[in-house]
Ligand binder design. Structure first.
Ligand code: NZQ
Ligand code: ZN
Length: 380
């Protein structure tokens, strides 16, 4: 097993009714005025905003608000958040939402101390400082609530790129699974597929990392089982809570220990799709890319792909496991081919080139432009 460093300083407060704790947590870390960042308004409809506001008020915390972060979030909203944070002289940011809101909050938290936050995405500037970040999670998918990553789009250059820095890990995250009952089914599925994909990005690199690989297998099985349950019983709290916690564990570092940082080439290919098609959700893109990626990559770490086929899908080959995986995703209502989302083969070169700008791509195998095109062809 490889040497590793594992450190995750995020304090997670989990369970029904826990949103009321956010005010005292923020106050406990010495903050009196914060920026509240939110999306398109779902948190008003499901009462999460009202719970958070009540908690902030009773802890005596003042706040400014920026609304309107959209799915596949963009740079301009982050710039707006930085401007408000500076004008209002806040000392921390509270993100309330899913990955898009949290990633935007992370970008703004770092951007507060930089002249151009996008330089960090280009790798030209290093992120050394950030405003402390607090989150209330409303959609389990990305694990952004407990990790160091943020993904943002710059639409004029058709870039959907990422940053990562330890100072971006939230100080405190509140996860109340019951607030995710208001999610449309499609978002629950996107979240489940994203979480499974995060685990697979790490798992397939593995050879002898028994602890991490065992955790990965358990998480994938749990996510499949809980999503199946929620499809027929969407209000089942236990299923929701298990799905939610598995999704956080899928990308908070614990299941990735000693796995070389994971492969992440399927993710980069997906980001190539949603950079060109911001209307396509990340989880939807992954449902299409990952089965094709497995088919293509299987020959480069055959034993581990074989193990995944047997343990997760009771299948004798990776090929047959991919078939079962696609059947499962389709049963959940996710598309499993580019054609299903209206992307034809003629667009494959443009998507591949967009993804290839993020090179190097892949750890199991460094993918060439030709490899990426071949994977996208398998996905069409
Ligand atoms: O805009 P609001 O009103 O918040 O509505 C959102 C949005 O329309 C809605 N929603 C969230 N919670 C809800 C709810 N609707 C009803 N009830 C609730 N409780 O769901 C929609 C999608 O939200 P979004 O935040 O975009 O979804 P997700 O959490 O899947 O985030 C996706 C973004 O994260 C990036 C993706 O690329 C994408 O940009 N990723 C971030 C990662 C990270 N930071 O580690 C890793 C991932 O691989 C991924 O790349
Ligand atoms: Zn993802």
């Amino acid at each position: 097993m490889e040497n590793f460093v594992f450190h995750n300083p995020c304090r997670v407060i989990f369970g029904k009714g826990m949103i009321g704790r956010i005010g005292s947590e923020i106050k406990g870390l010495g903050h009196h005025k914060i920026l509240l960042l939110a999306g398109q308004g779902s948190i008003r409809k499901n009462g999460v905003y009202q719970q958070a506001a009540k908690s902030l008020r009773s802890a005596g915390i003042k706040w400014a608000e920026v609304w309107g972060v959209r799915a596949n979030p963009v740079l301009s909203k982050v710039e707006e958040a930085v401007k408000v944070a500076r004008e209002q002289k806040v000392s921390a940011i509270l993100a309330i939402g899913g990955g898009s809101v949290i990633d935007s909050a992370k970008s703004a938290a770092a951007g507060f101390y930089l002249s151009e936050i996008w330089d960090a995405f280009e790798g030209v500037t290093e992120i050394k400082r950030a405003l402390p970040l607090f989150t209330i999670l409303t959609l389990s998918a990305t694990a952004s609530e407990m990790n160091q990553w943020a993904v943002l789009s710059k639409p004029d250059e058709k870039k959907k790129w990422a940053i990562g820095a330890e100072v971006l890990i939230p100080k405190v995250t509140v996860i109340d699974p019951s607030v995710q009952i208001s999610l449309p089914w499609k978002q629950t599925v996107n979240g489940a597929i994203d979480a499974i994909s995060h685990i697979m990005e790490n798992y397939f690199v593995g050879t002898d990392q028994e602890v991490s690989m065992g955790i990965c297998e358990s998480l994938i099985r749990t996510i499949i089982e809980m999503t199946d349950l929620l499809q027929t019983q969407p209000r089942d709290y236990s299923a929701r809570a298990n799905l939610v916690w598995a999704a956080t564990m899928a990308h908070n570092g614990i299941s990735a220990v000693a796995l070389k940082g994971g492969d992440w080439s399927a993710h980069k290919i997906e980001h190539g799709i949603s950079a060109l098609h911001p209307e396509i959700a990340h989880g939807t893109g992954l449902a299409i890319v990952f089965p094709a990626w497995i088919k293509y990559m299987e020959r480069y770490n055959r034993k581990t792909f074989q193990r995944w086929a047997q343990v997760i899908w009771s299948a004798h080959s990776a090929d047959s496991a991919v078939g079962k995986m696609k059947t499962k995703y389709s049963k959940w209502g996710a598309p499993v081919s580019l054609t299903e989302i209206g992307i034809s083969e003629t667009e494959i070169p443009a998507i591949a080139e967009n993804a290839y700008r993020m090179k190097p791509i892949g750890v199991i195998k460094k993918l060439s432009l030709k490899d990426i095109k071949a994977i996208l062809n398998l996905a069409s």
